[in-house]
Design a binder for this molecule. Structure first.
Ligand code: NAP
Length: 317
């Protein structure tokens, strides 16, 4: 089968299209998916790219392909304990233990990490969702988001942010989005009630206070956002530095809460997202689409940090 591997090793190695063995043995809870779409997330090039590049010479032809988390495709085989999915089902999902390996024509994935694809979405649209949209959903829940509360979403125009704005609106929150001026109208179209343009000065001491500050850029911390968080409010991050992590337990002493979201894929959460899609409350925003052979260019596009929505890879037409 065709799959993405690397051109060699070391930091100058590039992602290249290769022909390798298809996965053979399926676990009892696994399905074998013919992958149609995948997508790029910053962690792909932040962590796994360099790790994979370093170890690829040892792994080539010994382990399955390593790149890509999000997938959308069709089940072509299933393990003996798979009950809720049938061969022929169109599904979407991801599994980061260790990787979905979705930059390949075929891959295995555990049944608990996937759900039926929302019928109204193409494979490419569905492939943009699992990691980023579940991060948005799980982060909002962790920050006790509920109808009537206010949320500040820092990074409203990116992969996670475009989902977070729409899901927060669907939950009934008052949404303020932080983005650059060029994305202000776009974030309003997604449903943001108010916009703060981060290029027009430091808003962090003047923007007022919010029940939830959801930083999806990973740049901020409870310290930098302290003035933005209401009493008994929450700061939730998709990343954060070590110093911020260390003060997390003490932050509660001051009547505020903070935490980090570490996304996991679950059928029930994907089903929740599918319902939002099918009810017209959520739509994936696609920044750009690349063919599988141009996965390196797709990574490079994501690495600019300027994407509006998601970078998608078409694995099979
Ligand atoms: N912990 C987890 O489980 C988890 C899961 C998913 C993602 N993450 C992390 O979350 C972060 C965001 O992921 P992503 O997929 O959303 O990234 P992304 O799509 O690459 O984010 C790009 C967006 O960020 C905006 N942006 C850049 N600087 C900004 C700033 N200072 N203030 C506000 N917006 C800014 C850009 O808008 P402009 O071009 O207008 O600046 C662009 O629209 C990454 O660090 C990723 O690794 C963590």
């Amino acid at each position: 089968m065709k799959a993405i591997t690397t051109s060699g090793w070391g930091l100058s190695a590039e992602l290249v299209l290769n022909t390798i063995s298809a996965p053979t043995r399926l676990g009892a809870n696994d399905v074998l998916v013919q992958v149609h779409g995948a997508s790029v997330n910053p962690k792909d090039w932040k962590l796994n790219y360099h790790a994979a590049v370093a170890f690829t010479p040892l792994l080539v032809n010994k382990l399955p392909p390593f790149f890509g988390d999000d997938l959308a495709g069709v089940i072509i085989d299933k393990g003996s304990k798979v009950r809720d999915f049938e061969i022929g089902d169109a599904v979407y999902g991801m599994d980061m233990r260790p990787r979905t390996a979705s930059l390949a024509e075929l891959t295995r994935i555990d049944q608990k990490r996937i759900a039926k694809k929302p019928p109204s979405l193409t494979f490419q649209q569905a492939a943009s969702m699992p990691l980023a949209a579940q991060t948005a959903l799980q982060g909002l829940r962790k920050g006790k988001a509920e109808a009537g509360k206010s949320v500040l979403i820092i990074g409203a125009s990116g992969g996670v942010g475009t989902f977070a704005v729409q899901i927060a609106k669907a939950m009934g929150l008052h949404v303020t989005g932080v983005c650059s001026g060029r994305n202000a109208d776009f974030a309003r179209e997604l449903g943001a009630d108010e916009i703060i343009d981060y290029t027009q000065g430091d808003y962090r001491n003047t923007a007022g206070s919010f029940d939830l500050v959801f930083d999806v850029t990973s740049y901020e911390s409870p310290r930098t956002c302290d003035a933005l968080i209401a009493e008994d409010g929450w700061f939730i991050s998709t990343g954060g530095d070590t110093r911020s992590m260390l003060i997390t337990p003490f932050y509660r002493v001051f009547g505020k809460h903070c935490g980090t979201v570490v996304v996991e894929s679950w059928t029930r959460d994907l089903d929740t997202l599918s319902e939002l899609v099918e009810s017209g409350k959520l739509r994936p925003i696609i920044d750009s689409v690349f063919p599988l052979a141009q996965s390196q260019q797709a990574y490079d596009r994501s690495r600019t940090g300027r994407c509006r929505g998601k970078v998608v890879i078409e694995v099979m037409a």
